[in-house]
Structures are given as structure tokens and as C-alpha cells.
Design a protein around this ligand. Structure first.
Ligand SMILES: [Zn+2]
Length: 343
């Protein structure tokens, strides 16, 4: 559903921006066009997950505001997919999911509908995708906030939903746990906000006004100001073999059992929202301080979820250090350092 369906000006602006996506959202990253003034009957919403955004969770996908087969988020970025009707708050792995992260009511209201009993799994191909047909939301619920406002929560952990239909909930009340049920390729909670049945992007609000250069005037519905962070780190570490994306979402390679007899030392990074033109700078430093890898890699394809690594054979004992920086327009987007002891 396209919240801007009747706004041809915005569509034109968005189409233009698709050709210069990077500069487009980047120029507006500070959120300078935001406007928090709202009409009093518009509810404000808290984030629906008990975590610290940017530390142990992240916004993986935004609402697709483009009605065409293209996918464009509210800031003219590409951190969404065609037809996505909500905001996906992700956590790093199934291991984090099993440790338990609560899903919270975004605002007070009355529970309308609940579904539970769908297994948690990672949808990774067309076969597993077909198997969740008709149950894309997985375990989920809908809350009525009055005046035609509703929130919907999807992909909760099987058996975790703690509320029943026709009961009142307070803002911040625990509804269940983050899971990976339904059409989910990573553990997350999907939040859809609707008003009179129409999807509303909470980062923009209903009264969004298109401005030049994609600077949409925003009437955010979030209670606290949330930055637009389309790119970031999910996890990084070491392994003895090249890690696959599904393995990383599963939580593999958390506790490294590596030694100098391991076939190789792989330093890997799992990130979200990389773009064409981004540059990776890798460094691997041996225990005696030698820079054994100092390499740059230019990305020629954008990815919403991205796994990358470097490796070294013939290992010596001691502390190895890995450094990684993702660079865009000659500015660091994020940088990390990791260490591992080999004996
Ligand atoms: Zn979603």
C-alpha cells in the first residue's frame, strides 16, 4: 500500500532520486527536514522492541513508499523491498533471539486479534518461502488504538504471545518475544501502523509533504526522535572457514575455538545497507605487529544484508587483530576492531 498514492509530486521526486540514490538520502541524513508538530489526536508510538537501537538491534527495513515495482524508503534510500508495509526491527542472530528480546506495545490500546503456533525458521529460498504462504506474518497480533489507528506486530517467537483478544494493554507492555516465524529471513519484529486501513510510515507520518531533493517534510509519529540509519554493523568476528549468510543469522561463529592449527583465520563482517560505490578497508595484524593484510575493496552492487571477509593461512600464536572500515564518499560509515587469541 502506498501512503503517498495521490501525491504525484512526491512520486516524481522519488523517481528522480532513484538515479542518485546515494546523494539523495545522504544529503538529508541529519533529518533537517523533520517536523515533530502533530495534531493532538494523532497517537505517538514507542519502538516495539526492548533493545538499544544501534547497539543490540537496528532498523533493517523501512516502509516501501513507492507504489511501483521499485522499492524506495522515506529518505530516498533502498533499505526496503517492494511492497514492504512496515518497519523491521532486527536483532543479530537466532542466538540473540533464543536469549530473549521482548516485543512491546507501541502505544496503549485493545488487542484485536492474535495468532500463535507458527514455527520459527529462517526463510532463505523459494521453497521455504512457499511453505509460509498465507502465514507471512507468522505469530502476531493487532492492537486497536482508537480513532482508526492500529498497530500490527509480526514474526514473534512461537508460543511467546502473552496477551489475548479484547484485553487492554499499556504502552511498553510485553506482548511476546522477538522471533523468526512466517516470512522472515532474520529474527526481527515487523511493525505496521495503519490509520483507517491505510499504511502510515511512522518516520514520516500522514501529513508528509514532498520537497525538492527528496527532503520530505516529516511529521514523525515516533515518541522519541529516531535517526535514519540505513547502513550499519550487524555482527563481526573470526572463523576458520568462509561464513555463509544463513549461518551468521543462525548465530554461528560466536564462540570461536580457533588455534594455530586451524586451516585459516577468517575475519568476517555482517552488515546491512551497503551501497554501490562503498569502499571496504580491511586490515589484519599478526601477533608480532606485522600488517599481513591491508586491502581495499570497492562494492559494485548494493545489498540490504551483506557478508564480507578476509583470511590468512599459516598462523602464529598470540593475539591477532582485525580492523574494518566501511567508507562512503570518503567518510567512514562505521569502523570496528576485533581481537582473537590463538594458541
Ligand atoms: Zn517487515
Amino acid at each position: 500500500m502506498n501512503v503517498f498514492g495521490r501525491n504525484s509530486l512526491l512520486i516524481i521526486v522519488l523517481s528522480f532520486c532513484l538515479t542518485i540514490t546515494v546523494g539523495c538520502w545522504y544529503s538529508n541524513q541529519s533529518g533537517s527536514a523533520s517536523d515533530t508538530s502533530q495534531m493532538s489526536d494523532v497517537p505517538s508510538f514507542a519502538i516495539p522492541i526492548d533493545c538499544n537501537l544501534g547497539q543490540d538491534c537496528f532498523v533493517m527495513h523501512y516502509v516501501d513508499i513507492d507504489s511501483s515495482p521499485k522499492a524506495v524508503d522515506f529518505n530516498c534510500g533502498r533499505q526496503t523491498y517492494d511492497g514492504h508495509k512496515g518497519t523491521d526491527f532486527g536483532i543479530s542472530s537466532l542466538q540473540a533471539m533464543n536469549a530473549g528480546v521482548s516485543v512491546l506495545a507501541a502505544a496503549e490500546g485493545t488487542v484485536l486479534r492474535v495468532r500463535d503456533g507458527v514455527i520459527d525458521r529462517l526463510v532463505s529460498d523459494r521453497i521455504t518461502q512457499k511453505q509460509v504462504a498465507g502465514q507471512e506474518c507468522g505469530n502476531g497480533l493487532v492492537i486497536d488504538h482508537g480513532d482508526g489507528w492500529e498497530t500490527q506486530y509480526c514474526h514473534l517467537k512461537q508460543g511467546s504471545i502473552q496477551v489475548e483478544p479484547n484485553t487492554k494493554v499499556e504502552q511498553g507492555e510485553v506482548l511476546g518475544m522477538v522471533g523468526s516465524s512466517g516470512l522472515a529471513s532474520f529474527p526481527h519484529v515487523h511493525l505496521s501502523i495503519r490509520h483507517q486501513g491505510e499504511i502510515v510510515d511512522p518516520f514520516v507520518g500522514e501529513e508528509a509533504v514532498a520537497q525538492a531533493n527528496c527532503k520530505t517534510r516529516r511529521n514523525s509519529l515516533w515518541q522519541e526522535s529516531l535517526d535514519y540509519v540505513p547502513t550499519g554493523l550487524i555482527r563481526a568476528g573470526f572463523s576458520t572457514q568462509q561464513p555463509k549468510q544463513t549461518e551468521l543469522w543462525q548465530g554461528k561463529y560466536q564462540n570461536n575455538q580457533l588455534s594455530i592449527n586451524s586451516p585459516a583465520l577468517i575475519f568476517w563482517v555482517h552488515a546491512y545497507g551497503v551501497l554501490k560505490g562503498d569502499r571496504e578497508h580491511w586490515q589484519l595484524i599478526s601477533p608480532d605487529g606485522d600488517m599481513v593484510i591491508d586491502r581495499e575493496n570497492n562494492l559494485d552492487t548494493p545489498y540490504r544484508s551483506w557478508v564480507s571477509y578476509v583470511g590468512k593461512r599459516k598462523l602464529s600464536a598470540g593475539t591477532w587483530q582485525g580492523k574494518y572500515e566501511l567508507i562512503r564518499h570518503n567518510q567512514p560509515v562505521f569502523s570496528i576492531e576485533r581481537e582473537i587469541q590463538l594458541n
